[in-house]
Design a protein around this ligand. Structure first.
Ligand code: PDD
Length: 282
């Protein structure tokens, strides 16, 4: 966070240094985690798949019954001044149900949402080249994982448990089938087919996931969006985790056992090249 302290952030219509950005302790984001967020990558000043991120934001806002009147142009106007054209960065955008006069679980009558955005540099993630380790864990989250909610306590605890065991991610499962990572979506190569869990309320509809599916379809990969059992995942020849900030990361060890040959696999290498080319092209 230190390199962020003097960066310019956006808070409720104003641009100010991060150290001066303050929110009331009565903000419902602070008291209840009553808010949603987006993480939008920007390559050399250009926001990546902005429409997709805004569509998902709108969907999250609708699901938590919060309204915000901004259209695409207005969001661009708000976020663009935070970007540096010489860098790869990501915007963190958070919207809460704002400040209410007293702490009450039920919504305040006419909420004025708190809108906050900050920008940080994307540093290349070391795990892309060598791959990372992951652990499977019971998915202890709620039943609206398709909402990008700021309420992330379960995700935090799961990720922390993985990190404490030298792993980069927790891969989650419910009732014997896998869902996604604590902060990523999941892909696996099983019997030569690229698979990813289907889009349900149990996973976040990741934008990186969406781009990979488009690239797989455009390049004639055998692809399937379906239920993947934990057992099938444990026998996969490749496993990847995907997110806006880390892109595509190969998992080379799952539950202390090598995945495939224990190195990033050939399907990953091909897809990662396609992804990097696609990024350059937009
Ligand atoms: N998280 N699933 C979960 C639970 C996530 O938190 C994320 C990303 C994803 C991947 O979505 P996308 O490809 O759109 O980034 C899937 C962000 C990066 C975060 O919380 O910081």
């Amino acid at each position: 966070m230190n390199d962020l302290v003097d960066s310019k952030v956006y808070l409720n219509g104003e641009y100010l240094p991060l150290s001066e950005a303050k929110v009331s302790v009565l903000d419902r984001g602070f008291l209840f985690g009553d808010g949603v967020y987006e993480v939008i990558p920007a390559y050399f000043g250009r926001l990546f798949r902005m429409q997709d991120h805004l569509d998902r934001l709108q969907d999250s806002l609708t699901k938590i019954r919060l309204q915000l009147p901004y259209d695409f142009e207005q969001w661009m106007e708000i976020l663009s001044p935070l970007l540096d054209k010489s860098k790869n960065q990501s915007i963190y955008l958070q919207i809460t149900r704002g400040v209410a006069a007293k702490r009450d679980h039920a919504f305040p009558k006419n909420p004025i949402p708190t809108v906050f955005a900050m920008c940080s540099d994307i540093k290349p993630f070391a795990g892309v080249e060598a791959g990372v380790k992951a652990l499977t864990m019971e998915d202890s989250r709620w039943e609206m994982c398709n909402v990008k909610a700021t309420t992330l306590l379960a995700n935090v605890l799961l990720r922390q448990q993985a990190v404490e065991q030298g792993c980069a991610e927790a891969i989650l499962h419910r009732n014997g089938y896998v869902t996604e990572g604590a902060a990523s979506n999941l892909f696996a190569v099983i019997d030569g087919i690229l698979m990813t869990p289907e889009k349900t309320a149990e996973i976040l509809p990741g934008i990186t996931r969406k781009v990979i599916i488009e690239l797989a379809q455009a390049n004639d990969f055998e692809l399937s969006e379906e239920i993947i059992s934990l057992e099938a995942l444990q026998a996969a020849s490749e496993i990847w985790i995907t997110s806006s900030t880390r892109e595509i990361i190969p998992v080379i060890e799952l539950d202390k056992k090598p995945v495939g040959d224990g190195i990033p696999g050939p399907v990953f290498n091909t897809m990662n090249k396609l992804f990097q080319q696609y990024k350059q092209s937009v």
